[in-house]
Design a binder for this molecule. Sequence first.
Ligand code: AMP
Length: 210
Amino acid sequence: MNLILLGAPGAGKGTQAEIICDALGIPAISTGNILRDAVKHQTPLGLEAKQYMDSGDLVPDSIVINILKERIQKDDCKNGFILDGFPRTVPQAEALDQMGVVIDRVIEILVEDDVILTRLSGRRICEDCGASYHLEYNPPKQAGVCDRCGGKLIQRADDVPETIRERLHVYHEQTEPLKNYYYDSGKLIVVEGQEKVEDTSALVRKAVEA
Ligand code: AMP
């Protein structure tokens, strides 16, 4: 099964992708994570992508399309995959079609912009394992330390309010048109993001099984 999780940054796509990944045994692919890894290791790709990411803009289509193409050719994608953060533009969706990828379902997680601003500005992530926390709603047991692996918790450079606003603007302008793209082919299911992860997860599960 090939799934796309659609939604604004901070809507909870990453968390839901991990939950589906555990339930269905197919990998969750986050282009954002792949890019952040490249930035961390200062590869040529990372050096190029960083400027766009830090300012909240999208990395050019040609770059992310190549990343995705390589990733889905790996063995673990044979039985399907969950895309988190790709496609983000209509040309990226068209590229998926051109690769011959058949998408079974597109699940949009809908969350209001002001809720996202609060969520993302308080978000802290582990620089080692990527686990996500919130200073107020999901704090780690020990401040600044990851419960899961003991790694250091940091704020993503693009999780500051001004950049979050830019990311939301980019989402509405460039990514939301994808709703029509997939609605027209009857693949889109919209799920309202809930306060509790498990409540959203129950709705997402229903959408996957629909
Ligand atoms: P994310 O972790 O999905 O919020 O992605 C973080 C950042 O990586 C985004 O703000 C973009 O700069 C970049 N990025 C991730 N995925 C894509 C994509 N499919 N197209 C363009 N840029 C992307």
